[in-house]
Write a protein that binds this ligand. Structure first.
Ligand code: CAA
Ligand code: NAD
Length: 289
């Protein structure tokens, strides 16, 4: 593959664009507003600058990677993309509108992939331009660091699409796990109930923020505690995933923790909004409970 389009220049779209550009592919990075896409490119420039400072990459390579990223706010420049990766907000109605718009420009042999954390691929494929060329390609945060890509074929996804996407993952240096199209796929089915449970443990007063996170960091050797990680992912995204698990299985074990729902209602979305289980307004995160 040579040219990739990324739709949604948030946390994940930014990381995907950086990773793809560093692997030598051209990227068009799209958001609803060109200012958002430009801010994402500025964040990538900063990240690449850090890698140069740490002597992880050469300055010329950072410059070349940045030069391969073009920011856009329309669909026409995706017409010659080999792969379009949708990484917009985790809401099915938003994604469906995007797939319809991509349908107007997607070339005859290009693939449309969704980076959804939990929404069923087969269901979304039905609203895509060609279900045989639709697939889940699930990256992990922070994308430049995390080595995994989950590949989730839908019912109609062709064998050729699966192979091309696996080859793309290898091209950008990621390892693939193929997952069934079931709620949460493999990794989030296991991770997100744990994050939700940590919010229950906080809400019922069994532990405070510091002790829950310290407990899991020191007791389980996790790099981040579950509340820290939920803030890192985005509490809105976590809640959307829990809701998908709950609604699609009907199993009460997946019901969202009241405190998680409350925080999202308050606009406390974690790191991206400046407050979640921690307050990020100062130089160091401060636990809020
Ligand atoms: N972008 C690019 N690189 C980053 C980065 C970012 N946002 N954050 C950290 N890094 C790099 C650093 O440059 C550093 O690289 P070097 O070792 O080459 O110098 C390396 O990562 C380690 O960073 P730090 O030393 O600053 O920090 P750390 O050791 O505390 O690690 C972390 C940070 C990698 C994020 C680590 O805390 C971690 O692995 N946390 C857990 C992350 C995780 O579980 N992610 C999955 C979330 S679930 C998901 O993504 C799926 C979903 O659908 C919700
Ligand atoms: P985010 O909130 O950081 O960014 C979402 C971006 O999508 C925003 O910039 C928003 O403006 C943009 N957007 C919304 N509607 C759009 C449209 N119609 N066209 C173009 N852009 C649009 O979210 P995120 O954390 O980057 O998550 C994006 C996707 O990746 C979601 O499906 C999420 O579930 C998935 N995901 C998230 C994580 C994570 O850790 N946050 C990990 C893996 C997968």
């Amino acid at each position: 593959m040579q040219k990739i389009a990324v739709i949604g220049a948030g946390l994940m779209g930014t990381g995907i664009a950086q990773t793809v550009a560093q692997a030598g592919l051209d990227v068009v990075l799209c958001d609803v507003d060109i200012a958002i896409a430009n801010k994402a490119k500025a964040r990538i420039e900063k990240q690449l600058g850090r890698l140069v400072e740490k002597e992880k990459i050469a300055a010329a390579d950072a410059q070349a990677a940045l030069g391969r990223i073009v920011t856009i706010a329309d669909y026409a420049p995706m017409a010659d993309a080999d792969l379009v990766i949708e990484a917009a907000t985790e809401r099915e109605e938003i994604k469906r509108k995007i797939f319809a718009a991509v349908g107007d420009v997607l070339s005859a042999d290009a693939i449309l992939a969704s980076n959804t954390s939990s929404i069923p691929i087969t269901r979304m494929a039905a609203g895509s331009p060609d279900p045989t060329r639709f697939i889940g390609v699930h990256f992990f945060n922070p994308v430049p660091v995390m080595k995994l890509v989950e590949v989730i074929p839908g019912l109609a996804t062709s064998a050729a699409t699966i192979e091309k996407v696996k080859a793309f993952a290898a091209q950008i240096g990621k390892t693939v796990v193929e997952a069934g199209d079931e709620p949460g796929f493999v990794v989030n089915r296991i991770l997100v109930p744990m994050l939700n449970e940590a919010a229950f443990v906080l809400g019922d007063g069994t532990g405070n923020v510091v002790d829950i996170d310290r407990g899991c960091r020191l007791g389980l050797n996790h790099p981040m505690g579950p509340l820290e990680l939920a803030d890192f992912i985005g509490l809105d995204t976590c809640l959307e995933i829990v809701n998908v698990l709950f609604e699609s299985t009907g199993d009460p074990k997946y019901r969202p923790a009241p405190i998680l729902r409350k925080y999202v209602e308050a606009g406390w979305l974690g790191r991206k909004s400046g407050r979640g289980f921690y307050d990020y307004s100062g130089p160091e995160p401060v636990p809020t409970r």
